[in-house]
Ligand binder design. Structure first.
Ligand SMILES: Nc1ncnc2c1ncn2[C@@H]1O[C@H](COP(=O)(O)OP(=O)(O)O)[C@@H](O)[C@H]1O
Ligand SMILES: [Mg+2]
Length: 172
């Protein structure tokens, strides 16, 4: 099937542009990921702060026979467009907001993609002129669902991946 207005084929799901302000992540029958839980996790993070991309609504595209997770459209820019001093400030906001999410019981888990997957390691972190944003809560975890021990393990991994991202973001 040919997808019109395709933005990215992603690691699991295709993302298409709906308008200048909205994109849709497509979930077709054979995807193993669950649109409902991804939407719930996104809404949870949206209540805490503005780091995770804004959920808009769930839809269905008859022609594509795909469920759509419709969200705010982000226009990412290259890190190298901005001075390192400026990136440091954006990093500090990012770190603060991610710690806020952790404290609220949300861990993203997709900061860095596993090295066996091709593509950019940090492609779930997008830089905009207003700072860093997170997309793709597909494998994110909420404390009540995974319990304190697993949550803490995930959080520790995330802290390590944040440190790797910090290094990359400033030196790219
Ligand atoms: N809100 C968005 N605005 C703009 N582009 C997006 C948005 N969400 C996803 N994308 C693009 O689609 C790609 C795949 O989306 P993602 O949610 O990461 O899916 P996957 O689970 O397949 O990795 C992203 O790497 C990015 O290029
Ligand atoms: Mg992704």
């Amino acid at each position: 099937m040919k997808y019109p207005r395709l933005l990215s084929s992603g690691a699991n799901n295709r993302v298409i542009a709906l308008s200048e302000t909205e994109v849709a992540k497509l979930f077709v029958d054979d995807t193993r990921s669950d649109i409902g839980s991804e939407a719930e996790k996104m809404k949870f993070a949206n209540k805490i702060n503005g780091l995770v991309v804004r959920f808009i609504r769930i839809g269905y595209d008859d022609a594509l026979q795909a469920e759509q997770l419709i969200m705010e459209r982000i226009y990412p820019i290259d890190y190298r467009a901005y001075e390192v001093e400026k990136r440091e400030l954006w990093w500090e906001v990012f770190e603060h907001e991610l710690h806020q999410l952790h404290a609220a019981g949300f861990v993203h888990r997709g900061i860095k993609r596993p090295s066996n997957l091709s593509g950019l390691a940090f492609d779930n972190i997008l830089l905009t002129t207003q700072g860093l944003r997170l997309i793709d809560v597909g494998i994110s975890a909420l404390l009540p669902q995974v319990g304190p021990d697993l949550f803490e393990k995930y959080r520790q991994t995330e802290l390590q991946e944040m440190a790797e991202f910090h290094e990359y973001f400033l030196n790219r």
